[in-house]
Write a new protein. Structure first.
Length: 330
């Protein structure tokens, strides 16, 4: 399974190469309640076929209808939905929400190729589009960047797919792998125990051969990677964690009781880990929701992963905003 953004952009390039006219729509800003975050993309071709979403509601159908009627903008411009109460209700925008969308008529697949290539190489790319002229620029971006409109330029960000490495191919690992895929994670599994590996039946996952610490080193975890150890065997879990806590993974967690986690932290202090690195460990893993069954534990783990990712994204946004304000005030 590929990321939704990758699917939208690659399908748009296929349509362009096949001779269709294609518009790319990107969610710029939202006010009130909205089902999608800024940066969400939608591609619509001239016969009304579309892929992606900017609202999860009737706006997509309205844009498709405009495409069939040749009524979409002919230059890069901003359009808004939900300005009035009646319009918000007509387009299914909840709680009086309002959306601002960048409408971009594409001329060539070259306008998207650098982004697709960057995503496939696990790089975070900023795609900047100028209102009116449609001039496009590409550059590397920092983790945590979010879509924004600055003067005549709109900056959209396209990054590598979120990854989840699960250490342990047991029942919990299987449930966690299945659920994580529905959340659009690229799921990888590592477990050197041959008898356990032989019974793995979760489709869509990638098997990582080798010992856990070697696997973590080889995959070079980045800020779009989460690592969870669930074997309940310190010889396997700790090996992976010793490497994971030193890398850039945004989330590192391990299954086990509070007492077991304290014992694990004591063991880690005997190696070359700092207190800050040990402090990154989420253990016991998952939010405390009283989970008991494998499915409940998997939900708790994924909920904490999502919470951590959101908090880090917000912190990065606030940090950049503060830095910009300091520069202007200075």
């Amino acid at each position: 399974m590929n990321s939704p953004d990758w699917e939208v952009l690659t399908r748009a390039t296929e349509w362009l190469d096949a001779g269709y006219r294609v518009h790319l729509f990107t969610l710029v800003q939202t006010w009130g309640s909205a089902p999608r975050l800024p940066g969400a993309v939608l591609a619509v071709r001239n016969d009304g076929h579309y892929i992606g979403s900017v609202s999860g509601g009737c706006i997509e159908d309205d844009l498709a209808d405009k495409a069939r009627g040749n009524r979409l903008p002919v230059e890069v411009s901003l359009i808004e939905y939900g300005i009035s109460r009646d319009e918000a209700q007509r387009f299914g925008i909840p709680c009086g929400g309002r959306l601002q969308i960048l409408a971009e008529p594409l001329q060539s697949s070259d306008q998207l190729a650098p982004v697709i290539e960057g995503m496939e190489q696990r790089r975070l790319i900023r795609r900047s589009v100028k209102l009116g002229s449609g001039e496009t620029r590409f550059s590397e971006a920092l983790p945590g960047s979010t879509a924004s409109l600055e003067g005549e330029w709109f900056h959209g960000y396209f990054g590598p797919r979120w990854r989840l490495l699960i250490i342990g191919a047991n029942q919990l690992g299987a449930v966690l792998a299945s659920m994580a895929q529905t959340l659009e994670f690229d799921v990888m599994i590592c477990d050197p125990r041959e008898d356990i590996r032989a019974e793995w039946r979760v489709a869509g996952t990638k098997w990582m051969h080798g010992m856990p610490d070697d696997v973590v080193q080889a995959m070079a975890p980045d800020a779009h990677t989460a690592i969870v150890a669930v074997t309940h065997d310190p010889k396997l879990d700790d090996m992976a964690l010793l490497e994971a806590l030193k890398c850039e993974a945004f989330y590192v967690g391990a299954l086990g009781s509070r007492r077991n986690q304290e014992n694990r932290r004591e063991r880690m202090r005997m190696f070359d880990l700092s207190e800050a690195e040990i402090g990154r460990l989420h253990g016991p893993v998952g939010l405390n929701i009283g989970s008991r069954t494998p499915s409940e534990i998997a939900i708790a783990i994924l909920a904490e992963i999502i919470q951590t990712r959101t908090r880090q994204r917000l912190a990065a946004t606030e940090s950049r905003s503060y830095t910009q304000q300091s520069c202007f005030s200075g």
